[in-house]
Write a protein that binds this ligand. Structure first.
Ligand code: CP3
Length: 378
């Protein structure tokens, strides 16, 4: 059934949206399709943006990326703005996503976290005890991350499409702080959660606060909407998610609901968690490629808009496979009235930019045709 839930109606109120102090005046946007789809509206063409659309898959990124840590590049306002704009210019996507990283707030408050190229976030002294909470003081965005807010201000002047801000969700950021780096098994994270739940919840509360102040500052600086990345939460069972994570994720979305911007939740392997994620207060759910969009729609009951979910590997395999699989994604998206095309996870560095461009053009040209065709057969 194609229904727009209550949340959409709430977000459609023009009176609420015109409040300039809440963030950007959306009337400046030439193309607001992502926003409209995020509010559960049908759109004249299917909007598309891609996670990790900026970055190493682009030769123009590799050409200007400074040596050293990505964190140095993020602190260079002009460079970060230029990198954010690169995929917009090359692909004609319908939204830009700020070039930054989920570990920036923890880095900025001095937790002691770095990003190592080819590996990911690395922590010299991982989070172990109550004492370590002291390294997670509150974020003062205007001073601690002034460069992020400056980059947003530069971008807002340049863009006539939405700018997506983002933060790491408490669980995914915690996993880096506790493990000390990327992990396949999450042994230390699960050990903390299961052996010292009190400390776990304190850590999650701190990280929710960090995410909240970072996201709020990004929206006030001019970002149009935000995505909360809980990339690795799919490693938990539904029961553990309910007890250990959902309250903190909900805290982030509910605290920021007053900003009245679309809010996206994204995670990998979240098929069995979707019935809970839909109740965290987000208005859009980013679906990964291990579950079809029609199944995701069935579980979430049309209460949120959907975003996703082409397997990013298709962009490495080649043109024909990528278009064929994109068509399948569009067909499966038909029951969701509000829909934003994206990947099931980020663009892989070895992707072919020409294939990416072909997919973006394909979605714009044929997206609604496939969606309408599939809906007619329902
Ligand atoms: O999507 C975008 O284009 C916006 C920029 C963005 C980056 N990181 C830039 C980046 C976003 C949204 C992120 C979020 C992020 N960072 C996540 C959540 C999204 C996801 O992929 O699930 C996570 C888990 C991180 C942590 C992180 N930072 C990882 C795993 C890596 C990759 C390490 C590597 O070198 O392979 C980073 C570094 C990073 N963040 C790069 C980019 C473009 C590559 C580093 C470089 O250019 O040196």
């Amino acid at each position: 059934m194609r229904t727009a839930g209550l949340r959409y109606l709430f977000h459609e109120s023009p009176k609420l949206l015109s409040k300039r102090e809440k963030g950007r005046d959306l009337s400046q946007l030439k193309n607001d399709l992502v926003i409209r789809a995020a509010r559960g509206e049908a759109t004249p063409t299917v909007p598309v943006w891609l996670m990790r659309q900026a970055g190493r898959s682009l030769p123009e990124y590799r050409a200007i990326r400074k040596r050293g840590s990505i964190l140095d590049t993020i602190q260079d306002v002009q460079l970060s703005a230029e990198i954010t704009l690169q995929p917009v210019k090359r692909y004609g996507v319908d939204a830009a996503i700020l070039y930054s990283d989920i570990i920036v707030p923890a880095f900025a408050v001095g937790f002691g976290i770095e990003v190592v190229a080819g590996k990911g976030p690395v922590v010299a002294e991982p989070f172990k005890s109550e004492e370590d909470l002291k390294r997670l003081r509150d974020l003062e965005p205007e001073t601690d991350t002034a460069y992020v807010l400056e980059t947003i201000k530069v971008l807002v002047e340049e863009l006539d499409i939405p700018l997506i801000g983002f933060a790491g969700a408490p669980f995914t950021v915690a996993s880096y702080l506790v493990e000390g780096g990327p992990s396949k098994t999450y042994v230390k994270t699960k050990a903390l959660m299961r052996s010292n739940p009190k400390l776990w919840h304190k850590l999650m509360k701190r990280l929710a606060r960090l995410a909240i102040s970072s996201l709020e500052s990004q929206i006030k600086a001019g970002a149009t909407m935000f995505q909360l990345f809980d990339s690795w939460v799919g490693v938990l069972s539904p029961a553990e998610y309910r007890e250990m994570v959902a309250p903190h994720t909900r805290e982030v979305f509910q605290t920021l609901a007053g900003l009245e911007v679309p809010t996206v939740h994204f995670g990998v392997g979240t098929g069995l968690l979707l019935d809970q994620i839909v109740d965290t207060g987000c208005t859009v759910i980013g679906i990964d490629d291990r579950i079809s969009l029609d199944e995701a729609h069935r579980i979430t009951g049309g209460k949120v808009a959907l975003q996703g979910n082409l397997d990013p590997v298709n962009l490495v395999i080649g043109h024909d496979v990528a278009l064929r699989e994109s068509k399948k994604v569009l067909l499966a998206s038909a029951s969701s009235l509000g829909y934003i095309f994206n990947l099931g996870h980020g663009v892989l560095p070895e992707s072919d930019p020409q294939v990416i461009k072909a997919v973006v053009d394909f979605v714009h040209e044929y997206g609604n045709e496939f969606r309408r065709g599939a809906a007619a057969q329902e």
